[in-house]
Design a protein around this ligand. Structure first.
Ligand SMILES: [Ca+2]
Ligand SMILES: [Ca+2]
Ligand SMILES: [Ca+2]
Ligand SMILES: [Ca+2]
Length: 805
């Protein structure tokens, strides 16, 4: 026995009750297991020698760095004794990336630290605020604009400095490059004006449209920007010395080479390109309307930017110059990626760190983009012509640590023959932030994804406070996800308003809100964290075969916590959360299957060793759902042929179902995974279980004689209506009384009750609830659904809520 376990025992605790001391997730309290300062004290893993144990013996396990157990959210897990051997570690939480949740996720002793700032507004209106305030995303209010004056400042906050009535080198289609560049005697080409501005000043080039601003003026040039020379388009020249700017006046740059407008590495001071319509050279094999190569000063604002055709087309291509990182600012543009046959991308970044902000038509009061990608409205889109190429990405970030994508409408848009993503991430993504966007992945005939992250060097890109992350497709056979993270990439999916797999289309095969999966090549899984999101849904519409709110493949998903609604929502088989062989800590979420026309499952565990605590989980969601399921299950546990055990503790597990429909409702169902297990598997304690509204009702059912829970203690198997079976044993015998349940001889049973929990509409138990003080302390969580300490009184309560006297 280790020092750690001894410490627990010395505290007078019974079996595996260190959960009460170690699951220190809401306050930086003194850890109960003060002895856990080194991993060598307590690390046990599968296959560790000396794993022999006796029945009901448990021990702590922890795989995080030494000194982190018991700090912040980090806590040891439990190894249960299964068939004489300690099993997999269940319920441990090791250091993760810091998220905005009022907790210390990286277990360095500081809550919500290192989360940086947010910026809003441009020019003189720009403001900066903390990115996280008291566990919720920070807000930022821009300053008020004033009249533009010639002072080197963007006073009216339109992105251009001294663009009205200040001195500049003038360019017009009626001009000549031998002219002085005055208003009355303008030059003809942008490049010649840039050279003159750089040589003799002033440092601004003003570029006219056609005189009356009817059809616009064309500038067929390979424009090369110069350090510190701002270039502004959109001036009208109907009257001599007019030179006022208007949004309806079009100065059009038509690229003459593959780069388009070029910012190179010599551009290190702010250098603004503002107010143009810019198109790539259509025929170049690889083309861009604008190329930023190694520049740290490029500012691309208020333009209409279009990629070309060829093989690979970019609206804006941001790349390094021999390792020199480009850091452009890209704001308030309408960007489309063109129609490259292999790839079309709105904004592409390679080995660079662009700040892409406010390319959006409408922001809400919190500063989130709420506008969709509409033609001519500020946004970032990939492909513009349907069926013209293989892949489309709105924003494509390749090895671009530190990239910021903030307040944008980002879409994939027109149909690709293979894949489409609004935002696609690969390579190093450390420090990357995807914030306050409306993200719509659409149009892939194989995969359509809102945010798609492949291996990203083990980074945890922060996906926070987005108004919507969704996918859709009109292509039959497509598989779509709101967020897809595969392999060595571990995003923090934090405080987003809405994440939905299939937002609109009817032809999709399957849809998933968030998929965290394993990369088959490396064998590495995404240890994503999914925290505090308002809604995560599989499919909001359509007649799909399957929809799932969150899917965690083997070894994926470290933590799913405090999400306000996770739902499969609508399909033939709808599932709230689906877990493979993994150890996810699932805490304080509201989970439901949603609507299902065949099988609705709140939580599906296929050979997981997850710790599931303080959740409210429902099958098909009640009478408001018009679907007619055949089966509605809150939790389905598929037991595998190994030592894995799910640990269901202190949850409200309601079968749901439809009172108008002939169906089978089950609170907790035990069945077999691929092969029968060698023995009973699974711990079920302190749960309120309801058999739902179907015509056949079971609180708990063994659907196969070989699928038994190992421990069943202190649960309330609520019988609030008839017919109701409290426990179906060995897939054959229905037990109708709690006395019979507590006499089950092949599993560890005890102290189960069957009584009305007296739940309020908000899920809290009343003072006279039979669940008050009737739970077990064994394995009990430290906090309840609301964050109240457990126990509040002499003993633990049953269910997700601890009664607050
Ligand atoms: Ca911290
Ligand atoms: Ca935190
Ligand atoms: Ca201005
Ligand atoms: Ca000014």
């Amino acid at each position: 026995m280790t020092a750690a376990v001894s410490a627990t025992a010395a505290a007078g605790a019974g079996e595996d009750n260190f959960w009460t001391g170690v699951l220190n997730r809401r306050v930086p309290a003194t850890p109960m297991l003060a002895g856990l300062t080194s991993t060598t004290d307590i690390v046990y893993r599968d296959g560790f020698d000396g794993n022999h144990c006796t029945a009901n013996q448990t021990r702590a396990c922890y795989g995080g760095a030494g000194g982190t157990a018991g700090v912040g959210t980090c806590s040891a897990g439990t190894q249960y004794c299964v068939d004489g051997q300690f099993g997999a570690c269940t319920g441990q939480l090791t250091p993760g990336a810091e998220s905005c949740n009022g907790r210390d996720d990286n277990c360095d002793g500081n809550i919500d630290n290192g989360l940086g700032t947010i910026t809003c507004g441009i020019g003189a209106c720009q403001q900066t605020a903390a990115a996280c305030n008291g566990g919720t995303p920070g807000t930022c209010t821009p300053g008020a604009p004033s009249t533009e004056v010639c002072d080197g400042i963007d006073n009216d906050c339109d992105g251009a400095i001294d663009e009205e009535g200040c001195s500049c080198v003038h360019v017009a289609p009626t001009g000549s490059d031998i002219n002085p560049g005055t208003a009355a005697s303008p030059m003809r080409t942008i490049n010649a004006a840039i050279v003159r501005a750089a040589t003799s000043g002033p440092n601004i080039v003003c570029v006219a449209a056609d005189p009356g601003c009817f059809s616009g003026a064309n500038y067929d040039e390979a424009v090369v920007m110069h350090n510190g020379v701002h270039v502004y388009g959109g001036y009208q020249t109907l009257f001599v010395n007019d030179w006022t700017r208007s949004a309806s006046c079009v100065s059009r740059i038509r690229a003459q080479d593959a780069l388009g407008v070029s910012f190179d590495a010599t551009i290190v001071d702010p250098t603004i390109l503002d107010g143009f319509t810019i198109s790539a050279q259509p025929a170049a094999a690889t083309n861009a309307a604008i190329t930023v190569k190694g520049s740290t000063g490029a500012v691309i604002d208020n333009n209409v930017i279009s990629g070309g055709g060829g093989t690979t087309s970019y609206g804006i291509n941001v790349i390094d110059d021999a390792g020199k990182t480009a850091t452009p600012t890209i704001t308030a543009n309408v960007i489309t990626g063109g129609n490259g046959t292999a790839l079309a991308v709105g904004v592409r970044s390679l080995n660079s760190a662009p700040v892409v902000r406010a390319n959006c038509g409408t922001l809400d009061a919190a500063g989130r983009c709420t506008a969709s990608c509409t033609a001519g409205v500020r946004s970032i889109q990939a492909r513009t012509a349907a069926g013209t190429g293989t892949e489309s990405d709105g924003v494509r970030l390749e090895s671009s640590p530190g990239a910021v994508i903030d307040q944008n409408a980002v879409c994939a848009t027109a149909t690709s023959t293979a894949d489409a993503a609004a935002i696609r991430i690969s390579g190093d993504a450390s420090g990357m932030v995807i914030r306050r966007n409306k993200v719509q992945g659409n149009g892939g005939q194989q995969k359509s994804v809102g945010i798609w992250a492949d291996a990203c060097a083990g980074a945890a890109p922060w996906i926070i406070d987005n108004s919507q992350i969704s996918a859709s497709t009109g292509s039959a056979g497509a598989h779509i996800e709101g967020i897809r993270a595969i392999g060595n990439c571990h995003p923090r999916i934090d405080s987003n308003v809405r994440i939905v797999g299939n937002v609109s289309a009817p032809n999709t095969v399957s849809a998933t809100g968030v998929l965290c999966g394993k990369d088959a090549g490396s064998g590495v899984s995404s240890r994503c964290t999914i925290l505090g999101n308002a809604e995560i849904s599989g499919s909001a519409a359509g007649a799909l075969a399957a929809s799932t709110g969150i899917r965690c493949d083997d070894d994926a998903c470290a933590l799913i916590q405090d999400n306000q609604l996770i739902s499969g929502k609508q399909s033939t088989n709808s599932t709230g959360i689906s877990l493979g062989n993994t150890d996810t800590l699932l805490d304080a979420n509201v989970v439901e299957a949603g609507c299902a026309s065949s099988i609705g499952t709140g939580l599906l565990s296929d050979d997981s060793h997850a710790r599931v605590q303080n959740n409210r989980i429902t099958g098909v969601a009640g009478v408001s759902c018009l679907s007619t399921p055949s089966t509605s299950v809150a939790v389905e546990v598929l037991v595998g042929n190994d030592s894995n055990e799910i640990d269901l503790h202190s949850n409200d597990l309601f079968a749901g179902g439809n009172i108008f429909n002939s169906c089978t409702g089950i609170g907790i169902a035990f069945d077999l995974s691929a092969q029968a297990p060698p023995g009973a598997r699974g711990i079920v304690r302190n749960n309120i279980v309801r058999s739902g509204d179907c015509s056949q009702r079971f609180d708990i059912a063994e659907l196969d004689a070989a699928a038994d829970p190992r421990v069943l203690q202190n649960n309330d198997l609520w019988k609030d209506s008839t017919p109701n079976v409290l426990y179906r044993n060995e897939a054959a015998v229905n037990l109708a009384t709690i006395a019979d349940v507590n006499l089950l001889s092949d599993i560890v049973v005890g102290a189960n009750i069957s009584a009305d929990p007296v739940l309020a509409v908000d899920g809290h138990i009343a003072a006279n609830s039979a669940c008050r003080n009737t739970g077990t302390s064994a394995g009990g969580p430290l906090y309840d659904f609301d964050g109240d300490l457990r126990p509040q009184e002499a003993a633990f309560d049953i269910g997700a809520d601890e009664y607050h006297p």
